[in-house]
Design a protein around this ligand. Structure first.
Ligand SMILES: [Zn+2]
Length: 461
């Protein structure tokens, strides 16, 4: 009987704080030893010469099989997690959104039915609370104990949004029970006002989506969300910061010592409002909320990541086929909001972050994996390369050049917002709990092998 089921040898191991060359010894899905010359003690050997070995990516913002605007996002837990795996992501935390009239436990049941036996990588669920009543009050502490330790509130979207009173109560109860609240921060009154004006003057094209919800609309809501968190002594995580107007509110609160954290996404670092000008109906590809912003925000967001104002990069993966997007051909408000990104996050952040000199390689690991694991109660089982942790690893070739095209991707959708972008560096293999599940752009793991992960409370960073 050998000491290891598998040894990954000769790679350059990169964690959130170190780079070193060596071997990783894996037994029953866990990392058992880090060292040199471990190969002889292994049943099986994978040679990672010339490659980086990173902790597998953790994407804490996905919407698989998500009902929105009369349709569903086009990746389900099977197709979406396979695409994630090929792109080097080994864990997701998806959003279970409480339908009106349903309890939190009923919501969990609905989403577990979508995910269990379908997902190919490990997954957790955030609960989006859409209504507050005695039942919800009673369920929040119970679902936290059951491993659903993070919640979301939407400040916009009919049927999902909560008012400030409900928001405050969620903050209060969840934080008292060691839960974390995240928020989609935009102001619905601002959006309604501008939307009405635009539609009345015949402005119905996709580009008006962005004009209907200016950056101040996100900044104001972020400020209000943070104020409510301050008054309830609750930690808060602001999802998908798209601009200086929201990120600067987080910066200010952190400087005052409040436990406020934030996320951005590759689309807000690499794409801009100019994309809405693409010909025909192509601007609809980028209809998401918050919308793409002026390019001037890119530098601010990279700096916010570097300075620790924002701690994570997620995708907000919520794909819709163009035929679904065409529901809004004559009215931008009917275009389902969302875009794909789950497969490219790691490669985009390496190429445009590390390779272009915007972030260090250790920062890359923090933003895509380690910080995410800490904030969402997955650390140290996930999010690092450490003895006792799960052997979730991305093998990455820093020299591999790729020109992005939807044809090389596996997301179940007919476009990518990153078409034709050039990448230097690409994932070549992915291990999940020691199993080689993706190699050279193909999913090769067993079907439906993903496991639900019970998460503990947040670590505030
Ligand atoms: Zn989202």
């Amino acid at each position: 009987m050998k000491d290891f089921d598998l040894v990954i040898r000769n790679g350059t191991i990169v964690t959130s704080s170190d780079i070193f060359s060596g071997d990783i010894g894996i037994k029953r899905g866990e990392i058992k030893e880090l060292g040199r010359n471990l190969s002889e003690r292994a049943e099986d050997v994978y040679d990672a010469k010339g490659k980086y070995i990173f902790p597998g990516g953790i994407d804490a913002h996905t919407h698989l099989d998500m009902p929105f605007g009369g349709t569903f996002s086009s990746d389900d837990f099977n197709t979406g997690t396979k695409a994630a795996a090929i792109g080097g992501t080994t864990t997701i935390v998806d959003f279970a959104v409480q339908p009106q009239g349903k309890t939190l436990n009923e919501t969990i049941e609905m989403w577990r039915e979508k995910a269990d036996g379908n997902a190919c990588i490990d997954y957790g669920l955030h609960l989006a609370i859409t209504q507050m009543n005695d039942k919800t009050r009673e369920e929040i502490p119970q679902v936290i104990r059951d491993g659903y330790s993070s919640f979301k509130v939407f400040m916009i979207y009919e049927g999902m949004m909560v008012d400030d009173l409900t928001f405050m109560e969620v903050l209060d109860i969840a934080s008292e029970n060691n839960g974390l609240i995240s928020v989609h921060a935009e102001n619905p009154f601002v959006i309604d006002y501008f939307t009405k004006k635009l539609l009345e003057s015949g402005k119905t094209a996709p580009k008006y989506h962005e004009i209907s919800r200016p950056a101040y609309c996100e900044g104001e809501a972020t400020n209000r969300a943070i104020s409510l968190a301050k008054m309830t002594n609750a930690p808060l995580y602001v999802v998908h910061c798209s601009c200086e107007e929201s990120a600067s509110e987080i910066k200010k609160a952190r400087e005052e010592g409040f436990p406020i954290m934030g996320e951005t996404c590759p689309q807000y670092l690499l794409l801009s409002r100019d994309n809405y000008e693409e010909e025909g109906f192509n601007g609809a590809k980028y209809v998401m909320s918050p919308p793409l912003r002026d390019k001037k925000n890119w530098n601010y967001l990279w700096k916010a990541l570097n300075d620790g104002v924002l701690q994570t990069v997620a995708t907000d993966h919520c794909p819709f086929f163009m035929k679904q997007k065409r529901m809004g051909l004559d009215d931008f408000t009917k275009i389902p909001n969302g875009a794909p990104g789950i497969e490219l996050r790691m490669a985009l952040m390496y190429s445009y972050g590390v390779d272009k000199g915007n972030i260090s390689i250790e920062k890359f690991v923090q933003l895509t994996s380690t910080n995410v694991a800490k904030i969402f109660g997955l650390y140290p089982k996930k999010g690092s390369i450490v003895v006792g942790g799960d052997a979730d690893l991305m093998i990455f070739d820093p020299e591999k050049k790729v020109k992005i095209s939807k044809d090389i991707l596996h997301e179940n959708v007919d476009y990518t917002p990153y078409e034709e972008l050039e990448l230097k560096g690409y994932p070549v293999a992915t291990f999940s709990r020691g199993e080689l599940i993706a190699e050279d752009g193909e999913y090769i793991g067993s079907e439906n092998r993903g496991e639900f992960i019970k998460r503990s409370g947040p670590k505030i960073i």
